[in-house]
Design a protein around this ligand. Structure first.
Ligand SMILES: Cc1ncc(C[n+]2csc(CCOP(=O)(O)OP(=O)(O)O)c2C)c(N)n1
Ligand SMILES: [Mg+2]
Length: 567
């Protein structure tokens, strides 16, 4: 193209990097990008109602596909609205490019209307962060941004002054689309032998696996088999390490499962594989030797002192390790296996409860039972995460489960579902949401209607910020400022042009879920769950129980104004 504008070059570049959609809200500083989209390019603009939704949608798309996703916002406020979704992408290693507008160059530094120093603001979230000051700079800056986001699985940010964006690029507009092919990293053979020696000598090895093992399930299970070891997983690994696989005990942490805690407490050696699990309270004590496999060296040793470092891709590293491991029974599994069965029975009993009001455990299990074999679940943040983590039972290898794992932002479920459905038309997309979380970005339900996305939102409606109430109680604070005055979410969904069903009667739950999940329109089921049901940690520590009791006592005796936690 001899008359390509900077906006054209941007779109050609991201298209060369595999981008098909741009999520955002138009605005003056990026109008030339919107105009370039209108004139051509094989990219669809998805107009969201809040830029944060656009960033969450892009982040979800990147998490699901591993491919570059793009979101955009105009100068000042439009760009600032992107930040939370971008931090979600950054923390969960999703490759996202944020394109923001800027005031004209001549006004830089003069407090111009909507002038915000976006490169300063985005400096922390973006691994690559540039402003395009001349049209000639544009081709390489755009390519560099795409390349960094994609290869480092992180966030890149490009800020474009509005006068630059519309300018024709003189000289070469050749798109720099050098996409490095994936390379496999492997540890030294001597490191593998040292790690194998330690693992061979240990009697009670436990494996903690994370998202880094996504493409290495067979290799992981082969190592677990040789070591006769249990496999505990992070929440992000829920979809590829489902509990029906042999040796998989479940998740770890406050939202996790009890047998996993027993495995961590009882092991005499820990194999950490592709996992940067942050909650050190749930990891074995520092006396337990650790072997850690991670493609990213910076992750190794962050949470625990590591004895043997295996810096490499999980799949080939585990394969090489397995060759050095002696197969033998070690006597760690039988008790854990029994505990796993008991825990599953305990969960099943909660899921079968026919109580009125509806128990969240029953709702989650009922949703899980209806998921298609290739369903995508986009989960919110709150108690709803615990219900989904424990009681939506995934199966097979094609179902996907995503959430705001490391940023843990509320409101992510709906926009993530929009991104998931845009990227995967034809797949069932289900969003378990909190009433608080959904309320934050609910306007974008109408975006799902606009683009005919048949997502299903399931609201775990407890009328409050449930997780915060649980926190207040655990820390001994009297419960305060957590009640929500909610609108009728089902009526809202219908007003938007989707389907909306409100459920209070336990007998109507199954039919409502069936109806929503087979509706070709965006659907919402607002399920009023028991507000008093709270998810318990897998093991309750004395301090937590004391805090909980003291909060309840203070509430009962009206001493809610003493304030201090732990008194
Ligand atoms: C954007 C954002 N604000 C605040 C928080 C802190 N926070 C975590 S969970 C939660 C309450 C969530 O309430 P709701 O969505 O109703 O889910 P529930 O816990 O009731 O299931 C809050 C305020 C957060 N994680 N993200
Ligand atoms: Mg709630």
């Amino acid at each position: 193209m001899s008359h390509s504008t900077v906006a054209d070059v941007l779109l050609e570049t991201v298209a060369a990097y595999g981008v098909r959609h741009v999520f955002g809200v138009p605005g003056d500083a990026i109008n030339s990008i919107i105009d370039a989209l209108r004139r051509g390019h094989d990219i669809d603009f998805i107009q969201v109602r809040h830029e944060e939704s656009g960033a969450f949608a892009a982040s979800a798309l990147g998490k699901l596909t591993g491919r570059l996703a793009v979101c955009t916002g105009t100068a000042g406020p439009g760009a600032l609205h992107l930040l939370n979704g971008l931090y979600d992408a950054r923390r969960d290693c999703s490759p996202v490019l944020a394109v923001t507008g800027q005031v004209v160059r001549a006004e830089f530094g003069h407090h111009y209307h909507q002038e915000v120093d976006l490169n300063a603001v985005f400096d922390d979230v973006a691994a690559y962060n540039e402003v395009v000051m001349t049209p000639e700079q544009a081709p390489r800056v755009f390519a560099e941004a795409c390349r960094v986001a994609l290869t480092e699985k992180t966030v890149a940010h490009v800020n474009i002054p509005s006068d630059v964006c519309a300018k024709t690029v003189s000289g070469s507009t050749k798109v720099w689309d050098s996409i490095p092919s994936h390379h496999t990293t492997m540890p030294e053979q001597s490191a593998i032998e040292a790690a194998a020696d330690l693992l061979n000598r240990s009697e009670r090895v436990a494996i903690l696996a994370g998202n880094g093992c996504r493409d290495a399930v067979d290799e992981l299970l082969a190592v677990a088999g040789r070591l006769d070891a249990p496999v505990v997983r992070s929440l992000r690994a829920k979809d590829f390490l489902s509990e029906d696989l042999p040796r998989v005990l479940g998740g770890l942490g406050l939202l996790g499962d009890k047998p996993s805690v027993e495995a961590m407490n009882g092991c005499d050696c820990l194999l950490l594989a592709g996992c940067d699990f942050p909650y050190r309270d749930f990891l074995p004590g520092t006396g337990v030797p650790v072997v850690q496999i991670d493609r990213n060296t910076a992750n190794i040793g962050r949470r625990l002192p590591v004895k043997d470092t295996l810096c490499g891709d999980a799949g080939p590293t585990l394969t090489a390790l397995a060759q050095q491991l002696k197969q033998r029974e070690r006597g760690f599994m039988p008790a854990l296996h029994q505990s796993h069965n008991r825990w599953q029975e305990h969960l099943a009993a909660q899921e079968q409860a026919q109580d009125n009001p509806i128990k969240p455990q029953r709702l989650a299990a009922a949703v899980g039972a209806r998921l298609a074999d290739n369903a995508i679940v986009c989960c919110d943040t709150g108690e709803v995460t615990a219900w989904t983590a424990r009681h939506v039972h995934l199966r097979g290898s094609r179902q996907r489960f995503i959430l705001s794992a490391n940023l843990a932002s509320m409101a992510v479920a709906l926009p993530a579902a929009i991104g998931a459905q845009i990227g995967h038309p034809g797949r069932q997309v289900v969003a378990p949401a909190g009433d608080g979380g959904f309320g934050m970005l609910m306007v974008d339900f109408v975006t799902a209607v606009k683009y005919e996305l048949p997502i299903t939102v399931i609201i775990f409606n407890n009328g409050k910020l449930g997780l915060i109430q649980a926190e207040q109680e655990t820390h001994g604070y009297p419960v305060s400022e957590v009640d929500l005055l909610n609108p009728d979410f089902a009526a809202f969904a219908r007003l938007c042009g989707g389907s909306g069903i409100s459920v209070r009667d336990p007998d109507q739950l199954d039919a409502a879920l069936d109806e929503a999940l087979t509706d070709s329109r965006p659907a919402l089921v607002d399920v009023h769950i028991d507000p008093d049901e709270m998810p318990y940690p897998p093991v309750i520590r004395l301090g937590q129980a004391v805090g909980f009791a003291s909060a309840r006592i203070k509430e009962m005796f009206g001493q809610g104004d003493s304030g201090a936690a732990g008194d």
